[in-house]
Design a protein around this ligand. Structure first.
Ligand SMILES: [Zn+2]
Length: 318
């Protein structure tokens, strides 16, 4: 879930992408390694099914199940790539651990798997009636002789129960991290001075380090920040398109401005897929089903394949 716990997740993902940045070159990069992050885990359960008669499923379990199938599908369809899950069991990972995993594996793409939720309204309905005794009070006499008389009588009143109303919204949304304010992103890139290399333009592809303290270096950092944003947007659009093809509600590509300011520091192509609404009955069943999990894994894999093809076509010399 991104909405209510947006800041936390975003901080997590952001920290992840912020610290996983590694050397890049000016030449369009080939897709080699994909990091798949199953959102939440361990003590951090994420959102959960809470409406009446829900499966009471937890986001951390759903994201892990989908991520496992996604990793398997990516490996099957793109055997030349290295696919790295951040977790394969129900463990809690703090951002440092996720960052360490990503750094070690030098990811070229970061796929965050989550499930959405929203505030639930409470409903009330009548489940029966009960008989209660009430008293009619009358008075006789006046002044000091005034007397109170209570006469019992029976009434029937309704008995209500309260319940959580399930969400009516369902579907899959994709989030990318707003980059029009690139200051955080730039500072993240520029922290890595000496780690980055840029192609000198020679045929032998020799590289020289970029000095981000120079105006030229700053311009280069800005170009890369924008390029990552464009790539994230392209992949997110492909995921949304593939979701749409399944007949499932494709809720589009979103940029969250509020609550995820730190995500602007993302400096590798990254998307966050809100696979479905855990508090919508149809979606909760879908997210917990083998069929639903597999379909989501295949949808994201198809999008990654198209993304990879586009990247390779763009790389081809004329
Ligand atoms: Zn989440």
């Amino acid at each position: 879930m991104l909405k209510k716990k947006g800041l936390f997740i975003s901080t997590l993902c952001c920290f992840f992408t912020l610290t996983t940045f590694h050397s890049f070159s000016q030449a369009p990069k080939k897709l080699k390694t994909i990091i798949v992050d199953a959102g939440h885990g361990g003590q951090d359960g994420g959102a959960s099914g809470q409406y009446e008669n829900s499966l009471r499923s937890k986001e951390k379990d759903v994201t892990l199940a989908i991520s496992k199938k996604l990793v398997a599908e990516l490996k099957k369809q793109l055997p030349e790539l290295t696919i790295v899950p951040t977790r394969t069991t129900d463990i809690y990972q703090n951002p440092n651990e996720k960052a360490r995993i990503a750094n070690e594996h030098k990811g070229d793409l970061f796929l965050c798997i989550h499930a959405d939720s929203g505030p639930l309204k409470t409903g009330r309905r009548q489940i029966g009636t009960r008989t209660v005794t009430r008293y009619k009070v009358t008075y006789t006499g006046k002044g000091k002789k005034k007397k109170k008389k209570s006469t019992p009588y029976q009434v029937t009143e309704p008995v209500y129960e309260h319940f959580k109303i399930p969400l009516t919204i369902n579907g899959t949304s994709v989030y990318i991290f707003a980059a029009h304010k690139t200051s955080a992103k730039l500072s993240a890139i520029m922290k890595e001075v000496g780690e980055f290399e840029i192609e000198t333009g020679d045929a032998d592809s020799s590289y020289s380090p970029v000095d981000f303290t120079t105006p030229e270096g700053r311009t280069i950092a800005q170009i890369y920040a924008k390029r990552y944003q464009e790539k994230s947007d392209r992949l997110a659009t492909l995921v949304n398109d593939e979701v749409d093809k399944t007949g499932r509600n494709a809720l589009g590509v979103n940029q969250r401005q509020v609550g995820i300011a730190v995500l602007q520091a993302t400096n590798m192509p990254a998307i966050l897929v809100e696979t479905g609404y855990i508090n919508n009955p149809e979606d909760e069943r879908y997210l917990n089903s083998e069929k639903g999990q597999q379909e989501l894994a295949e949808v994201i894999t198809k999008a990654v394949k198209r993304y990879k093809e586009q990247l390779e076509t763009a790389n081809k010399p004329n």
